[in-house]
Ligand binder design. Structure first.
Ligand code: TXA
Ligand code: MG
Length: 331
């Protein structure tokens, strides 16, 4: 067991975090999407420790966080025009670009693969940490493998205390869902994971791109290799069975009648549901919903519900990434 410190992200704490990163330790820090679990990206032992702390399969590659385009370019063999345009438009921000890695990037970072995912985060604490560490920082979401991503320092503590040295608390994260992962290693570019930057915004910059196969679940069942392990079905799962319901009220009632303790992520709440229903009223806008989703799922776990029912959200573009996470959680 490592003793874990969780401290406010003051300049002193950030300086300490940077020193720990440089010396090969693990530090959790806030980004504009979710909290990341950072390690010196060019230090193979430090990177390996991430997989141990998370309980993550070593074949699942990590995103490398950098300050800017120049730092990104130093890690890849080519920097295509698309990368330049996308980085100028969306960095710093929640877009991860997958490109052919150069020899400075250890195989531990990329799961042995030839490409590396790069993103420049916009969160001031993440940026200050990168500036002070002066090295690229490999960071997956700071949760135990297969659990939902953390959007507060408390979530990180709940998942990783005793496993990492330091957590920088920068308050709840703004975005609430992970970055969009886009492969530029193929033509046309392809989204490997839906996220906070919508496909249409990317297409406005580089023209048509490919979306993830509609059913990655299907690909998995057929044994087709997946280009991104983030596409594995149960990657973003709460610990409790979850279902999406068109008529959630009726479904909640049914489950209650069967003696279940039911958590309900509701868009509209009517009536009274008794003590075996834990109802969380979710925001009506996609942006606010995304910000709230993972925390709400963790609150329901803490309430020891045995089932989770989610009101089916609207079927529009802006809800695409939310649908993606809900479908995976339900799989
Ligand atoms: O918003 C985010 O992206 C957060 C914050 C901390 O930056 N990070 C994050 O990392 O969500 P992680 O490791 O939990 O998810 C990264 C996803 C995984 O699905 C991984 O398989 C995929 O990106 N990925 C990373 N590098 C890749 C590569 N070279 N090729 C294909 N997929 C890659
Ligand atoms: Mg993750």
């Amino acid at each position: 067991m490592i003793e874990t410190k969780c401290v406010p992200a003051t300049p002193e704490a950030i300086a300490e975090a940077a020193a720990r990163i440089r010396s090969g330790e693990l530090v959790a820090f806030p980004t504009e999407t979710v909290y990341g679990l950072g390690a010196h990206a060019l230090n193979p032992q430090a990177v390996a420790a991430i997989f141990t702390a998370k309980g993550r399969p070593a074949t699942n590659p990590l995103i490398v966080h950098v300050l800017d385009i120049e730092a990104a370019r130093s890690l890849v063999t080519t920097w295509p025009a698309h990368a330049q345009r996308l980085a100028e438009r969306f960095w710093p921000g929640p877009l991860t670009l997958v490109l052919p890695k150069n020899a400075s990037v250890p195989d531990e970072v990329t799961g042995g693969g030839p490409t590396v995912g790069l993103r420049a985060p916009s969160h001031p604490v993440a940026r200050a940490l990168l500036e002070a560490a002066r090295v690229p920082i490999a960071a997956p979401s700071a949760n135990r493998s297969n659990h939902v991503s953390p959007t507060t320092a408390q979530h990180v503590w709940d998942d990783l205390k005793g496993r990492i040295a330091l957590i920088l608390d920068g308050g709840p994260t703004q975005g609430g869902l992970e970055s969009t992962v886009l492969s530029l290693a193929e033509d046309p570019p392809r989204i490997l994971r839906l996220g906070l930057i919508p496909p249409a915004a990317i297409e406005a910059v580089v023209g048509p791109i490919r979306l993830p196969p509609l059913s990655s679940a299907q690909a998995e069942e057929e044994g087709t290799p997946l280009p991104s392990p983030g596409m594995l079905r149960r990657h973003y799962a709460p610990k409790v069975p979850l279902e999406i319901a068109e008529n959630a009220a009726a479904r909640v009632q049914e489950l209650l009648a069967q003696g279940e303790r039911v958590g309900w992520l509701a868009l509209q709440v009517l009536g009274r549901w008794g003590e075996n229903a834990v109802v969380i009223k979710m925001p009506a806008s996609a942006e606010a919903y995304a910000q709230r989703l993972y925390a709400a799922l963790r609150e329901l776990e803490a309430e020891a519900v045995t089932r989770i029912v989610v009101d089916a959200p609207p079927q529009t573009q802006e809800w695409l990434a939310i649908w993606d996470r809900l479908r995976r959680a339900a799989a």
